[in-house]
Design a protein around this ligand. Structure first.
Ligand SMILES: CCCCCCCCCCCCC[C@@H](O)CC(=O)SCCNC(=O)CCNC(=O)[C@H](O)C(C)(C)COP(=O)(O)OP(=O)(O)OC[C@H]1O[C@@H](n2cnc3c(N)ncnc32)[C@H](O)[C@@H]1OP(=O)(O)O
Length: 242
């Protein structure tokens, strides 16, 4: 009996040790990830400001920062993994929609359709993303260090009220500007007849993507409003989509 109890205690101790080691590794990784992402978006902010100050125009700005942007925005795919393996307490769905829509904008719109790269709307969403991400990743970094300055917490849960709609406007205007070029070039489209007997029209796909902002964006926005009430005003909120 006594030996059974001892075995149980030993097992519990081992499980706790394993959990602690896992949590140390996860925290160290998140620390590295958040610092790298804060630095990446700061580099983008500096590069965009320098370009504009030197050239006095936004034309050519996207091209000058495209590589860095693509790298750091694609790297953000890891965030979906963080939620999936449970090292951060965020919904996989919310993070998935947020990250995938950005990846889509970067690779399948601005990278693929050169004609839109100098649109003012591209600068709009770039500036909005940059401000948001510097705030968000520094929020996570300082939170992990248990030394979160109040202004960063305030910025994380207030700026989005304006930044989110502005970002969406920039993204939608850019997709809209891309439509004529996509239609003219017939890009990423598959016409019948073909050996797979499948047809796909990227032009109409983009219209569906634009329409999907109508049901999806309010969900992300209200999620952030709930997070804001929880973090800034201490309200207890029960999430349904976890
Ligand atoms: C194939 C075609 C696809 C097309 C799809 C079309 C869909 C279109 C609809 C989407 C429109 C999106 C448009 C968007 O791109 C526009 C913009 O982004 S504009 C810029 C403004 N944006 C924002 O402000 C974004 C705000 N949103 C978010 O931040 C996100 O909701 C999200 C990133 C998912 C964060 O979610 P959540 O609020 O749930 O998480 P928290 O930050 O509160 O974190 C929860 C807890 O987890 C800890 N955590 C999370 N991540 C980390 C990390 N990296 N390191 C350490 N810790 C982390 C965090 O500290 C919290 O912990 P605790 O609860 O203990 O405090």
């Amino acid at each position: 009996m006594a030996s059974g109890e001892e075995d149980g205690a030993l097992e519990e101790k081992e499980t706790n040790n394993k959990k602690r080691t896992k949590s140390i590794i996860a925290t160290a990784w998140l620390m590295f990830y958040n610092i790298a992402m804060t630095a990446g978006w700061l580099v983008l902010a500096v590069a965009m400001t320098r370009f504009y100050l030197q050239k006095g125009t936004h034309k050519g700005l996207y091209r000058s920062i495209a590589r860095t942007l693509k790298f750091f925005q694609t790297f953000a795919l890891l965030e979906v993994g963080h939620c999936a393996i449970g090292i951060v307490r965020t919904s996989v769905i919310v993070t998935g929609v947020q990250v995938c829509s950005r990846i889509f904008m970067v690779w399948f719109i601005t990278h693929s359709i050169r004609q839109v790269q100098n649109q003012e709307s591209v600068i709009l969403f770039l500036v909005v993303w940059t401000v948001t991400e510097i705030t968000r990743y520094s929020f996570y970094t300082f939170s992990l260090l248990n030394h979160l300055p109040y202004f960063i917490k305030w910025a994380r849960y207030n700026l989005f009220i304006v930044m989110y709609p502005l970002g969406v406007i920039g993204e939608l205007m850019t997709i809209y500007a891309a439509l004529p070029y996509v239609r003219k070039a017939g890009m990423y489209s598959l016409r019948l007849p073909n050996k797979y007997n499948v047809s796909f029209d990227y032009y109409y796909f983009l219209i569906i993507v634009m329409l999907s902002y109508i049901p999806l964006f309010p969900q992300l926005y209200f999620h952030m409003l709930r997070q804001r009430r929880k973090v800034l005003h201490g309200e207890v909120i029960v999430e349904k989509d976890e």
